[in-house]
Design a protein around this ligand. Sequence first.
Ligand code: GLA
Length: 372
Amino acid sequence: MKYKVIAPGRVNLIGEHTDYNQGFVLPAAIGLFLELTCESKQGRNITATAEGLGVPEIFSLDTLAPVIRDPLWIDYLKGVCWALEKAGHLLSGADISIHSNLPIGSGLSSSAALELATAKALTAANGLEIPLSELALICQQAENEFVKVRCGIMDQYAVALGRKNHALLLDCRSLDYKYIPLSLGKHCLLIIDSRVERSLGSSVYNRRREECEETVRRLSAISKKEFNSLREVTLDDLKECCAYLPDILYRRGRFVVEENIRVQEAAAALQGEDLLSFGYFMKRSHAGLRDLYEVSCPELDLIVDTVVPVNGVLGARMTGAGFGGCALVLLERDVVAAVTRQIEAAFTAMNWCKPYFYTVEIVQGIRLVEIP
Ligand code: GLA
């Protein structure tokens, strides 16, 4: 039996860099997809071909070891095999082929889509039934321990559990989640790929995580309270310790604490169909990511600065890890064309290559199709 898995990318509406701080996130699965076809075979060899990414890769399930260099696309797939077997799910060999219209390395979770598609297809091909939430955790483990990117759980959950026309409000500490309807009316979501390539493997992402951990350690020592994560810290805690905390850690901590509050306020606004307020929170989130967390870049800032004053635009922010990648704009459908032209003109004036634009639908998470 052959299996095909269709895995969407995701866009994060708000709640950036909060997942690995045990906080709240509000992503949604988007209508850009990675398709993976898988047929099991005897033995322990996996052959994987990805359209446009060179010659087929062949590896044995018996010789998998975590990477010690910058990761390649095949490492995500290997990592999932490794993590599945580590969790006690024995796999047989397989032939895998991948086809995708999800831009790679743009902050739309092409890695999580590849991980989840691999996990879902291989478990189906091996007759294993594992709940999607568990597969998401296995995929996160693959990325953390095999690929060595210390990502949180947001992307894997969004790709696995997204729901059509809904955002996923996820508590990354308890892993409780609920769906919030996205009633956009005359508005839509425009994703703008700055085409500045970002690599999560780059040490900057991991460094942010370390800075947050260091902030928690210092806050606990200074305040004599036992904090386990920034999720437990309040703005008052930060203010009280401000004088004893290095400025950079204070700013990282403040962003995360404020962003957690924003996610909950923004989710409530969305629930109440108050898109104006939602747009306001998006703008505040971007300002924090730019000034306090320092993960934006000139191209993303230019996009946000260009679109925010336009009539009909409710909000804009960078989305995903940052350091390049995509911005997200909430705007009236009628002004998409004008906004697109303005950004293209602004980029041309800077001599930067033209960004890519996607007006995306919000779709259901991963889907498995059996091919007889
Ligand atoms: C990447 C990671 C996520 C999350 C975001 C930032 O997408 O994979 O876990 O940390 O960055 O919000």
